[in-house]
Design a protein around this ligand. Structure first.
Ligand code: DX5
Ligand code: ZN
Length: 216
């Protein structure tokens, strides 16, 4: 996987025109399609589940990145992978048996990511960093698009980078929440490999152009 990647989040897409928005991403410089699944229990919002995932599978030509904001994600990872997930990320805070869940994702044929909420320290990854393909640092409290970026993320990127290097890990660092044209370059410079952007892309006048600009 190469770095400096952009993963637009479908949470901010127009669900009445989802096929159109996915096709726009196919034609754009987006690298991944970020799929935010929320259950109303792990986070105070409900987004969507398998029917939308099937639409993504039908139309997306890009790498499909599924972010599960749900309790007991181990119950559902297999079905998300059957429905086209290339990467499944689960929250550290939602997994009692994180090691087992990470390996389940990989055994079923997908890449596995672990997600940290803004208040969860990077050191919690010490015993799982060697097993994961990606670390997703939340730069907002998960649940909603369009929130303000939390600045301690820069320090957490540096700490994650150190942890990755000291463990000879090849995990990518992804940042999700409040990413925009003002902070994208700084985040890449700080060591992020993949930036998720929802509102910044889909609320802009020209989403494909915005994706291009986020990479510069
Ligand atoms: C937040 C989601 C994000 C969200 C990002 O819970 O995980 O992926 O859609 O949206 P923006 O880029 O608008 O903050
Ligand atoms: Zn997300």
């Amino acid at each position: 996987m190469k770095t400096k990647l952009i993963a637009p989040s479908l949470l901010s897409a127009d669900f009445g025109n989802l096929q159109r928005d996915i096709e726009m991403l196919n034609e754009s410089q987006a690298d991944w399609v970020h799929v935010d699944v929320m259950d109303g229990r792990f986070v105070p919002n409900i987004s969507f589940g398998f029917p939308i995932m099937q639409t993504v599978q039908q139309h997306a030509k890009k790498f499909v990145d599924v972010h599960l904001m749900i309790v007991e994600p181990e119950k559902y990872v297999e079905e998300f992978i059957e429905k086209g997930a290339d990467l499944v990320s689960v929250h550290y805070e939602a997994c009692v048996h994180l090691h087992r869940t990470v390996h389940l994702i990989q055994e079923k044929g997908a890449k596995a990511g672990v997600v940290l909420n803004p208040a969860t320290p990077v050191l919690m990854l010490e015993d799982i960093i060697g097993d994961v393909d990606l670390v997703l640092l939340m730069s907002v409290n998960p649940g909603f698009g369009g929130q303000k970026f939390i600045e301690n993320t820069y320090r957490k990127i540096a700490e994650t980078k150190d942890l990755i290097l000291s463990n000879n890990s090849t995990a990518l660092i992804q940042v999700d929440g409040g990413v925009n044209l003002e902070n994208a370059e700084k985040l890449f410079e700080a060591g992020a490999d993949v930036l998720v952007a929802g509102n910044a892309v889909f609320s802009s006048a020209d989403p494909a152009k915005t994706i291009e600009l986020l990479k510069i």
